[in-house]
Design a binder for this molecule. Structure first.
Ligand code: C2O
Ligand code: CU
Ligand code: CU
Length: 550
């Protein structure tokens, strides 16, 4: 990373700090314009703010959300909705130079991470770059990724779970010429669907680990922001204040009672009888979905985390773990006009549980069966009838483990639980540390294997938990999966729904499972994260740095 860019970032953050909360809109914009680099194609100002949104009948819900404004770029660069807390959808093209100014108008530190994007480490939203309330962080990068559905969300240490839960997340959609040439369903026939689960109290307020945004916590203690107390489970007085049950939830992960699609409860979608592209993102903190049509109609998958597959694949159901994305191609003309369909999450085994207990886990356990989305096929004239998407979608070379510098000795990453903290190979997150084992050489490929072996966890109880492993700054390929031991049966209830054919940045690792991936560390040296994307696991220590050296 060049020096100059780094100076810009640090410099603007400091200038904004001096202005603190008084930073005015116009002042911010003038400053932005003055520093605007020549050659920037898209310039967005993104504010993280607190707002009230009408989500359910009755009182509005207090949320934290992203608000965006396009300072340079086409009108379609941002698509926002007042009906949801989700951030604006950001649309860019591959190769564009993007500048995004983050302004923190929250009462606690935050930083934005561009999930799935390949950017320099100073642009990646590592928690070491978290900015205080009133500060600004300037991102500048070229969009190198293939066309695909990426997303952005906060990443301050120990507070990612809470900040995402309270509403901070948005889609970052990249298009390119290869994709455009396919003439896939576009415009209003290209529908993003962000799946999340939330719990509301009697007053329609979001509750997260016993605290909400309207009851004073966590924002009423500015002298002692929770993220500065360090990670792990003792943070925020989990042990001292909470019951055993709430401590378990903090450890295992938060599940909501209500399923929200695009930030709306009881969501429904009205479609014309014609082909659509449905882009799914699992934006939930911990919940895994096993998606299927109510009538068992097959799903045609055309893309995953890192964009289009080489060719469409067919599944009876698909698994979507936290932070994973999937693109489906659906011709709604296959159902009679007027049909009421529903997309469901089917039951599976091996979700979060601990010695069979579901302590304080609310009404919708992991692995339960429930409705995700109601879909109504309109009685409209039938649109273009195509029975299948293009047979060839994209140039995706077969994955090749032999290119890895350690092809004979994959690096093993065991997903571990220590005394009240998650870890990877027994070590929890350290802000600036990466071990020699976690150091890779720029320009090389490595084989990494995530092992979710059976362990006896906390207090001798058996641990059987899936994890959703994510590596920052790269797209990888899944080479193989294996499963063994007493927990092998769990995977049998989900494995027909894995989509491992394409580029991925997040992969579900079931209890007892080992997943081997090949990763290429190209272009950018520096310090990046890898972690479980179940956000309470991440905040609780199942996150580490890796270092790319030249
Ligand atoms: Cu969505 Cu650290 O990532
Ligand atoms: Cu990421
Ligand atoms: Cu996990």
């Amino acid at each position: 990373m060049d020096r100059q860019r780094r100076r810009v970032v640090v410099g603007t953050a400091t200038a904004a700090a001096a202005a603190t909360l008084g930073l005015s809109q116009s002042g911010a914009r003038a400053e932005g314009k003055a520093e605007l680099d020549a050659g920037i194609d898209v310039h967005i100002e993104l504010r993280a703010v607190q707002e009230d949104v009408a989500l359910r009948t009755g009182a509005p819900t207090r949320v934290w959300r992203y608000r965006g404004e396009v300072l340079r770029g086409g009108a379609r660069t941002l698509e926002a909705s007042d009906a949801t807390y989700l951030g604006p959808i950001i649309r860019v093209r591959r190769g564009q130079r993007v500048r995004i100014d983050l302004l923190n108008e929250l009462p606690e530190p935050t930083i934005v991470h561009w999930h799935g994007l390949h950017v320099p480490d100073t642009m990646d939203g590592h928690p070491r770059f978290a900015i205080a309330p009133g500060q600004r962080y300037v991102y500048q990068f070229t969009v190198l990724n293939r066309a695909g559905s990426y997303w952005f969300h906060p990443h301050p240490h120990g507070r990612t779970g809470a900040q995402v839960y309270f509403g901070l997340a948005g889609l970052f959609l990249v298009s390119d010429d290869e994709e455009a040439a396919l003439r896939l369903p576009s415009g209003r026939y290209d529908v993003p669907l962000v799946l999340q689960d939330r719990s509301f109290d009697d007053n329609n307020q979001l509750t997260y680990l016993g605290s909400g945004l309207t009851d004073g916590a966590p924002s009423e203690n500015p002298d002692r922001p929770p993220m500065l107390e360090g990670g792990g489970l003792m943070r925020g007085g989990g042990m001292a204040r909470g019951s055993m049950g709430s401590m378990m939830v903090r450890m295992m992960g938060v599940l909501g009672d209500d399923i929200l699609v695009n930030g709306r409860p009881s969501a429904s979608l009205s479609v014309e009888p014609r082909p659509y592209r449905l882009r799914f993102l699992n934006g939930s903190n911990t919940r895994i979905y096993k998606l299927a049509w109510h009538d068992g109609s097959p799903l045609i998958v055309i893309g995953s985390d890192g964009g289009l597959l080489a060719a469409p694949v067919r599944r009876d159901y698909v698994m979507l773990a936290p932070a994973e994305r999937l693109d489906l191609w659906v011709d709604f003309a296959r159902w009679p006009a007027g049909s009421e369909l529903s997309l469901r999450s089917l039951a599976f085994e091996g979700g979060m549980n601990m010695g069979g207990m579901m302590m304080g886990r609310g009404s919708l356990p992991d692995g339960a069966s429930f409705k995700v989305l109601a879909v109504r096929v309109e009685e409209a004239a039938q649109g273009p009838r195509e029975t299948a998407p293009p047979a060839l979608l994209s140039e995706v070379a077969p994955s090749d483990p032999s290119v890895a510098v350690n092809s004979a000795h994959p690096k093993i990453f065991e997903l571990t639980m220590g005394m009240m903290a998650w870890g990877i190979n027994g070590r929890s997150f350290e802000m600036l540390e990466a071990s020699p084992y976690e150091t890779v050489k720029l320009g090389t490929h490595e084989l990494w294997e995530f092992r979710n072996d059976e362990t006896s966890g906390m207090m001798g109880m058996d641990m059987a938990m899936p994890h959703s492993m994510h590596v920052h700054g790269v797209q990888f390929r899944v080479i193989e999966r294996s499963v063994s031991g007493r927990l092998a049966g769990y995977r049998g209830t989900v494995n027909a729904g894995f989509v491992d054919e394409g580029w991925k940045d997040t992969v579900l690792v079931m209890p007892g499972e080992r997943v081997r991936v090949v990763v290429r560390f190209a272009d950018y040296p520096g310090l990046f994260l890898y972690h479980c994307h179940m956000l309470e696991h991440e905040d609780g220590g199942m996150m580490r740095n890796y270092r790319v050296t030249v």
